[in-house]
Design a protein around this ligand. Structure first.
Ligand SMILES: Nc1ncnc2c1ncn2[C@@H]1O[C@H](COP(=O)(O)OP(=O)(O)OP(=O)(O)O)[C@@H](O)[C@H]1O
Ligand SMILES: [Mg+2]
Length: 450
């Protein structure tokens, strides 16, 4: 859960911050309306506390951009003196509640209890509605790193251009299938998404799966069978592990892409296909082309606007964002109350290389939640190869084994956490267990050295 506090008054900001953090919120703060707005776009808070009077605007001006973030943000306005007509005015503009200063935290807690319960139930209704429709996106593409934002932009573009072939490349577990589904689901097509794993079938079975067969076309063909190209009419046909497709089928596939026509096995008439082509692979296709294992003409035909998914280790701050997402999601399904990850665990997650990408992270969090029972996740709940990083990272010696001065160890550590969070100051400060302003002061001191 994230929260935003916008107030020029230092003491209100500090007190609210520590109150909200204790409740499990990740808090970002600003002292002007403009900064608040920018931070909100980055962090998409669930609740925002906004002072009535800000240096550059009134709370009423800030409410609409906050409530339009698309994440059900609730805005609380705080004022030095409660004036009834200002309160009514603020609520009319979409404020959830109007508090008088100094804040009575018992009262704030009560209001937040209600807001959180409402948001939870809204989320659950939205979730079950999504599950009902089955066709809509089940998992959002979580991430704020520049690499994943670029991916999200391409997803949008490809959803709008429904005839362009889609090629998704990336390491195992990096989210290729998730991206394929989200392009299909956001393109508003009426037909289904049908998926075929090219590695799982022999050449002849793959051919009859794709194109179907006429009755009697071979010994086992007792009845007419429709192929996936026909089933995917008006929708998408998704070739997973495309790099494993046999060359003979590649040639047939290219023909369908070029002509939009195909024939059932044993058939004599051409059938028109309007299914959109999508494919994913974790293989290096240009390399397969060089080795003669993938047709060059097919590669160029589908490589129009390829999406290359970044590995998780390249995504910096997304590691913690995804970890928190899974703590919440999987924890909820286990009936656990939400507890944010503590700094030693976050540090280990950031230091690890994640060869199995998001899938591995999800598994690690699930395992840790089970081992932790109802308590917080601790380093000993992580797999041994992640835990081992603790010893290596904290040795306090240089590469040559020389003992280092504390200041240098500290500097390197701050830089490492900054890097892992993608330069996010609030998150870095929270991992390091210091306030954002202390971190900024430290960075100022460090900069002449770095
Ligand atoms: N950005 C993301 N946000 C949320 N969940 C993600 C994200 N990327 C991947 N996941 C999750 O990680 C898991 C693996 O993703 P997916 O199956 O799409 O990977 P893949 O690239 O197709 O893997 P493989 O190459 O092994 O088939 C899924 O549970 C998926 O929901
Ligand atoms: Mg996959």
């Amino acid at each position: 859960m994230r929260a935003l506090v916008v107030d020029i008054a230092d003491s209100t900001r500090k007190k609210l911050c520590s109150f909200l953090r204790e409740r499990g919120y990740d808090v970002v703060t600003a002292d002007t309306g403009r900064d608040g707005m920018l931070l909100a776009q980055d962090s998409a808070p669930m609740v925002a506390f906004v002072a009535q009077q800000l240096p550059d605007m009134d709370a009423e001006q800030l409410i609409p951009p906050l409530t339009n973030l698309g994440v059900d943000t609730r805005v609380m306005v705080m004022s030095d003196a409660v004036e009834l007509n200002r309160a009514v005015h603020a609520m009319k503009h979409g404020a959830e509640y109007y508090f008088a200063k100094p804040l009575d935290f018992g009262h704030v807690a009560m209001i937040l209890d209600g807001v959180e319960a409402l948001q939870r139930s809204n989320r659950e209704t939205a979730h079950s509605r999504r599950m009902d429709r089955r066709k809509s996106i089940r998992t959002p593409t979580i991430g704020e790193s520049t690499q994943i934002i670029k991916v999200q932009r391409l997803v949008k573009l490809l959803a709008q251009n429904r005839t362009t072939p889609v090629l998704i490349m990336g390491e195992s577990g990096s989210g290729k299938e998730l991206v394929a589904r989200s392009i299909h689901e956001s393109s508003g097509v009426s037909g289904p998404l049908v998926e075929i794993n090219c590695a799982s079938l022999s050449e002849s079975l793959l051919e009859s799966e794709l194109f179907g067969h006429e009755k009697g076309s071979f010994t086992d063909a007792k009845v007419l069978k429709k192929g996936l190209f026909e089933i995917a009419a008006g929708g998408t046909i998704f070739f997973d592990e495309l790099g494993e497709m046999p060359l003979a089928i590649q040639a047939k596939l290219l023909k369908v892409l070029d002509t939009n026509l195909f024939r059932r096995v044993g058939g004599t008439i051409d059938i028109r296909s309007d299914a959109r082509f999508m494919a994913a692979t974790n293989r290096d296709l240009p390399q397969l082309v060089r080795e003669g294992k993938f047709r060059e003409d097919l590669y160029y035909r589908i490589n129009v606007l390829p999406i290359t998914l970044p590995s998780l280790r390249e995504r910096g701050g997304d590691i913690l964002l995804l970890a928190d997402y899974y703590v919440r999601l999987l924890g909820e399904s286990m009936g656990r109350s939400y507890m944010r990850l503590n700094s030693p665990v976050e540090e280990l997650l950031c230091a690890y290389g994640w060869p199995g990408n998001v899938r591995e992270l999800r598994n690690v969090i699930e395992r840790a939640l089970i081992l932790a029972g109802s308590g917080p996740i601790a380093p000993e709940h992580l797999p041994a190869d992640i835990r081992a990083l603790h010893v290596i990272e904290n040795k306090g010696t240089s590469d040559t084994g020389k003992l280092l001065p504390l200041r240098q160890v500290e500097e390197e550590h701050i830089k490492r956490v900054l890097c892992a969070t993608g330069n996010n100051h609030s998150r870095t400060a929270s991992i390091l267990g210091m306030s954002r302003s202390t971190l900024l002061a430290r960075l100022k001191k460090l900069s002449p050295l770095s």
